[in-house]
Design a protein. Structure first.
Length: 224
C-alpha cells in the first residue's frame, strides 16, 4: 500500500536534541534541590513528556512529591531548552544537531506526500528547532504535547496528525525512536511504523513494523 503521509517524531529522530532536554531538566532539578544524572535521564525520561518526567525525577530523589508545581517546572525547563538551543547555534558548538539524513528525507518526502511532525515535547521548544533546521515551512501538520490531553504512548497525538492532514491513519508512516512513541503510532492504527535506533537498542523497538539502525539508511521509497 502506498502511504499517503509521513510523520516524524522530533527528538531522537530528526535531531539529536535529547542532550538539550537532559541538560534543561538537570538545571531545573538542581534549582529545587533534586539531582538527575545523564544515565538516569536515559533510563527513565527519554520518550516521556515533561509532566511524566517530574514525578519520576522526584522518585529518583526519594521524594514522595514533586518539589514545586509541575507546570512551572516544565515552563522553566522549556525556557532552558530554548536558551541552550539559541546559544548553541550562535556560538557554533552544536547546540542543535540534525541526525544524518533527516532533513534530506523530510524534503524528499514532502515532494511526494504531506509530511508532519508529532512530538511529545512542547511547541515553544520544537518550533525554533524546526525553523533552524529549515524544515518548518514544508511540514503540513505539527502536533505537540500542548495539543492533547494525554501524551504518548496514548495515540491522541498521532490521531490528531492524521485528522489535520486529512488522511486515514492506516495510510500513514510514522518514524519513531522510543517504545513510547512506537506504541502511540501503533495504537493510532498507522499502517507502517519504523523504529530507528538513534536512542535505544533494537530490542527495545520490537513493536515497530521495521527497525533500522540509522535514519540515513531509509530511502524515499521506504517511507512512501
Amino acid at each position: 500500500m502506498t502511504q499517503q503521509a509521513v510523520v516524524f517524531d522530533f527528538d531522537g529522530v530528526i535531531a539529536d536534541s535529547e542532550p538539550l532536554h537532559c541538560k534543561a531538566l538537570q538545571l531545573v532539578s538542581q534549582s529545587v534541590g533534586m539531582c538527575l544524572s545523564s544515565e538516569q535521564f536515559q533510563a527513565n525520561c527519554v520518550g516521556k513528556g515533561d509532566d511524566q518526567c517530574w514525578p519520576i525525577i522526584a522518585k529518583l530523589n526519594n521524594l514522595d512529591e514533586v518539589p514545586g508545581i509541575i507546570a512551572e517546572l516544565s515552563k522553566a525547563k522549556s525556557e532552558h531548552v530554548i536558551r541552550l538551543t539559541k546559544e548553541g547555534v550562535e556560538r557554533g558548538y552544536g547546540g542543535l544537531i540534525a541526525h544524518r539524513g533527516s532533513v534530506e528525507l523530510i524534503h524528499q518526502a514532502a515532494g511526494h506526500v504531506p509530511v508532519a511532525v508529532c512530538t511529545g515535547s512542547r511547541r515553544c521548544e520544537i518550533e525554533p528547532m524546526l525553523r533552524e533546521l529549515g524544515v518548518l515551512d514544508v511540514i503540513g501538520a505539527f502536533v505537540t504535547a500542548d495539543d492533547v490531553a494525554l501524551p504518548k504512548p496514548d495515540p491522541a497525538e498521532y490521531l490528531l496528525v492524521a485528522e489535520q492532514l486529512g488522511v486515514r491513519p492506516e495510510s500513514c508512516t510514522a518514524i519513531e525512536d522510543t517504545p513510547t512513541g512506537i506504541a502511540a503510532a501503533v495504537g493510532a492504527g498507522y499502517g507502517r511504523v519504523i523504529g530507528v535506533c538513534h536512542t535505544m537498542a533494537p530490542e527495545h523497538l520490537g513493536e515497530a513494523h521495521r527497525v533500522i539502525e540509522r535514519l540515513e539508511m531509509l530511502s524515499i521509497e521506504d517511507v512512501i
